[in-house]
Ligand binder design. Structure first.
Ligand code: ADP
Length: 254
C-alpha cells in the first residue's frame, strides 16, 4: 500500500512532477481485439485499461429486450492482479456502481433508438490500476463504441479533479486520490454536457465551479487524443475512400 506523502505539492510541483492543471501521459490504441466489434486500449499514467464492444446484437436473455430501443450493458472489472494487494476476483459493490455510472455516462450519446430489441455490450477490463480507472474506462469505452461503428452524437471524455494540500489538482494519481481531501470524477460530451459527476470528500462552492472548469479543459485534451487515435486507425480507409471518389469523378468526367 502506498504511504501518505508529507506534502503533495512542493513549489507548485506534484509528487509525480506534474503541475496542478496537468493530466498524466496518455496513449490510446484503437482496434486491438480481433473478435470484438470495437475495442480500445488506453495507458493513462500507470493505468492500463482495455475496452471491448459487442453489438448491436440480439439480446439474451430475451426478456431484457426493449421494443423501441437498444439496451446498453456495461461491465467494469478489475483484474485481481491490477492492484498492489490481490483483489478478490469477481463483481463487488464498487464494480457494480462503477458499471452503472459508466453506462449512464455513455448512454446519452448513443442512438439507441436505431436498434430496437438489440443490445450493445461494453466490457472494461482494468489490467493495472492507479486511480481514475472509471474515467479511463469511460474514455476507452467511448472510443471502442466508435470503433464498433455504433452511431453516436459524439465521443464522451472523462477525467477527475482532486484536492490536495488545499489545492485543486487535475487527474489525481493514486496517492492523491487515496489521501487527498476530495476526488470528483466527471464525464462530458463533446459539447461539454456533463454525463457523470461524482464526489468524494468536500469542496466549497467556488472550488466546485473551478474544478468543473479544470475538468472541462482536461476532457477537451482527452477528446483530442481520442479523436486522433480514431483518425490514425481509419486513416488508410479514409484515404482509400477518397481515392475511390477521385477515380469515380475522373471516370464521370471522361
Ligand atoms: P477510480 O479508479 O475510478 O478512481 P476509486 O476512487 O474507487 O475509483 O479507486 C481509486 C483507486 O484505488 C483505484 O484506481 C485503485 O488504484 C485503488 N483501488 C480500488 N479498489 C481497490 C481494491 N479492491 N484493492 C486495491 N486497490 C483498489
Amino acid at each position: 500500500m502506498a504511504t501518505k506523502p508529507e506534502r503533495f505539492i512542493t513549489d507548485g510541483i506534484r509528487i509525480d512532477g506534474r503541475r496542478p492543471e496537468e493530466i498524466r501521459p496518455i496513449k490510446i490504441e484503437v482496434g486491438v481485439l480481433d473478435r470484438a466489434d470495437g475495442s480500445c486500449y488506453i495507458e493513462h499514467g500507470l493505468n492500463k485499461i482495455l475496452a471491448a464492444v459487442y453489438g448491436p446484437r440480439e439480446v439474451h436473455p430475451r426478456h431484457m429486450q426493449r421494443p423501441t430501443t437498444a439496451i446498453v450493458r456495461f461491465r467494469y472489472n478489475m483484474a485481481s492482479f491490477s492492484v498492489e494487494e490481490r483483489k478478490r476476483p469477481g463483481p463487488d459493490r464498487r464494480s457494480t456502481e462503477v458499471s452503472k455510472v459508466s453506462r449512464e455516462a455513455l448512454e446519452p450519446v448513443i442512438f439507441r433508438e436505431n436498434f430496437p430489441k438489440a443490445s450493445i455490450d461494453v466490457f472494461v477490463e482494468v489490467l493495472q490500476a492507479d486511480a481514475g480507472t472509471r474515467t479511463v474506462g469511460i474514455n476507452a469505452a467511448s472510443v471502442a463504441l466508435a470503433d464498433a461503428g455504433i452511431p453516436m452524437r459524439g465521443l464522451v471524455s472523462a477525467c477527475a479533479v482532486g484536492k490536495v494540500d488545499g489545492e485543486l489538482v487535475l487527474d489525481p494519481m493514486k496517492e492523491e486520490d487515496n489521501y487527498g481531501e476530495a476526488d470528483m470524477p466527471l464525464a462530458m460530451t463533446q459539447k461539454g454536457e456533463i454525463t457523470l459527476l461524482q464526489m468524494d470528500g468536500n469542496l466549497t462552492a467556488e472550488e466546485l465551479e473551478r474544478a468543473i472548469e479544470m475538468a472541462q479543459k482536461g476532457c477537451r485534451t482527452i477528446y483530442e487524443l481520442q479523436r486522433d487515435a480514431l483518425i490514425e486507425r481509419y486513416k488508410k480507409e479514409i484515404e482509400k475512400e477518397e481515392n475511390n471518389k477521385e477515380e469515380e469523378e475522373e471516370e464521370e468526367n471522361k
